[in-house]
Design a binder for this molecule. Structure first.
Ligand code: MSP
Length: 503
């Protein structure tokens, strides 16, 4: 039976439309899902929208619509944008769906029944944009540390989750699972938060009604974060399908931005423990995509939307850029110029050029029929190295290194052509051997680059005469040197990636 691979993105708030920061996480999750499908794993890839809470309620009021109308429109927008970016999620969860409401109630009821929820009064500084309380120490010049905006004083009677009782269990869990948070700096950050001491947290609200009702107390709804985190459990059947839940939990891979580390790396593992579950096994935390050194935000009017870039770079050019140029972990500054340079170098001059050279020479020197590769070609060893390094990089949550390893194979094939100059040779076995090797590289690259560029790779596959798709291939066997059978028609055509002028 194949291995389960469960990968999630955060669920996105529906007060904002998708920008390149959201796209970054979603594309990374998509590429991982696609890589694991190539490995033959039983992949379940989840994304969705976070639709409750004060932030959404207020944004709906400002737009003169009901919160659900606002959520319907914006959630649909997220789906459309993900479709346009070739995102292959297996499910799209909305927190307003009945399946989720039932699951939140069952999950929180389990925590309540296990004795980890008590009544209390809460008062504190609240940032509506974060949907979070802050202590005075957290504030920066009296403002929210994330948004830089004024906080509000809120006071209410509500239910508390006894997070303080999980300090020791969490520290023990971190010690027993040294690799649970990636990269290691973010793991240390989570440990730092726990070691500073954990206060109980309020999990319900009476001041708003836009949320999941607390099953044991009418008039209370769950605070949006304690509804939202549970989406990861809902989608795999928490409370509804125990076998399915047991298949995918706890071996999940949660991807998230550094601003929501506290919720995912401290609160969520504790909630799981309180509900009698294992905490999530893998938490991948990435930095922000900055624009001109600043975090993108609606209020700063510096957001960049996927469509702005897809027009110039195409869907796969867009996907490739964010996977290749923004290593997972640190912040990265977005630059249009850097994107053009990377596109021209890696895609137009390397990948695209390899295909067009091969198609042209096979057309002129081999009657348009692709020859088989040489089993003893030196490129065979390069291909094996690329596969090994790419596999290790995907496993280590490093798409950038995985693609770098794949592009080494492309570069080696281009160098092989330049050394042998098949375009100067007469038709015959010598030309056939060089072209067969180059075709075999294209076949292997089409498989290895599929997670980043699914449509382009399917196109390359077809251009070199193969049937089916690269996505249907299974690693590692499919990438073993010698798979291109020869005797297939190779088509010339438009450039894969037309060069973009730097002027
Ligand atoms: N709804 C919560 C998540 C709940 S998950 C149980 C939320 N939503 S969000 O829409 O505000 O943010 C979703 C994700 O987008 C977060 O991981 C956040 O870090 C990420 N990004 C938002 N802006 C970003 C950048 N500029 N760069 C990279 N990612 C950023 O938080």
């Amino acid at each position: 039976m194949s291995e389960p691979f469960y990968v999630t993105t955060p669920i996105y708030y529906v007060n904002d439309v998708p920008h390149i920061g959201h796209a970054y996480t979603t594309i990374t999750a998509d590429a991982l899902a696609r890589w694991h499908r190539l490995l033959g794993d039983d992949v379940f890839f989840l994304t969705g929208t976070d639709e409750h809470g004060l932030k959404i309620q207020r944004s709906a009021e400002a737009n003169g619509v009901s919160p659900l109308e606002q959520a319907d429109v914006t959630s649909a927008r997220f789906r459309e944008v993900w479709n346009s970016l070739d995102i292959s999620n297996d499910d799209f969860i909305r927190t307003t769906e009945p399946r989720h409401i039932a699951s939140v109630q069952a999950f929180m009821q389990a925590i309540f029944d296990n004795g980890f929820i008590r009544k209390g009064t809460y008062a504190g500084q609240y940032c509506v944009a974060c949907e979070a309380y802050y202590t005075d120490d957290d504030l920066v010049e009296g403002n929210c540390p994330i948004h830089g905006r004024p906080v509000e004083w809120l006071e209410e009677d509500n239910w508390f989750f006894e997070l303080s009782r999980f300090e020791k269990p969490l520290l023990d869990w971190y010690e027993a699972h040294p690799d649970c948070v990636h990269p290691v700096g973010k793991r240390n950050e989570a440990l730092g938060i726990i070691r500073q001491g954990l206060a109980d947290v309020s999990v319900s609200r009476t001041s708003i009604s836009w949320g999941v009702p607390v099953p044991w107390d009418d008039g209370h709804v769950f605070y949006v974060w304690y509804d939202a985190l549970i989406n990861y459990a809902t989608a795999i059947g928490y409370g509804a399908d125990p076998d399915r839940f047991a298949r995918y939990w706890p071996a999940v891979h949660h991807l998230l931005g550094k601003d929501i580390l506290r919720f995912h790396c401290v609160y969520w593992p504790a909630m799981c423990m309180a509900a009698g579950l294992e905490p999530p096994a893998h938490l991948g935390v990435h930095g922000f995509l900055l624009v001109g050194g600043e975090k993108m935000s609606k209020t700063r009017l510096n957001q960049i939307f996927p469509a702005d870039l897809v027009t110039d770079f195409g869907v796969d050019g867009f996907r490739y850029h964010f996977l290749r140029d923004n290593p997972f972990g640190p912040d990265g500054d977005f630059s249009y110029e850097a994107m053009v340079t990377r596109y021209n170098t890696d895609l137009a001059n390397n990948f695209g050029n390899l295909l067009s050279r091969v198609a042209t020479v096979v057309g002129r020197r081999c009657d348009g029929i692709g020859p088989a590769p040489d089993p003893a070609s030196p490129l065979g060893a390069v291909a094996a190295d690329s596969l090994r390094d790419a596999a290790a990089a995907w496993a280590g949550l490093s798409p950038s290194n995985a693609l770098e390893a794949t592009w080494r194979l492309i570069a080696a094939a281009n160098a092989h052509l330049e050394t042998n100059e098949p375009w100067k040779m007469d038709p015959g076995p010598a030309v056939d051997a060089v072209m067969g090797d180059a075709l075999e590289v294209l076949r292997i690259v089409a498989i290895l680059a599929t997670p980043a560029m699914p449509a382009t790779c399917a196109h390359v596959w077809e251009r070199i005469g193969l049937t089916g798709t690269p996505a249907e291939q299974r690693l590692p066997d499919a990438a073993a040197w010698g798979g291109y059978p020869g005797g297939l028609p190779v088509r010339t055509g438009d450039p894969l990636f037309p060069r973009i002028s730097t002027k």
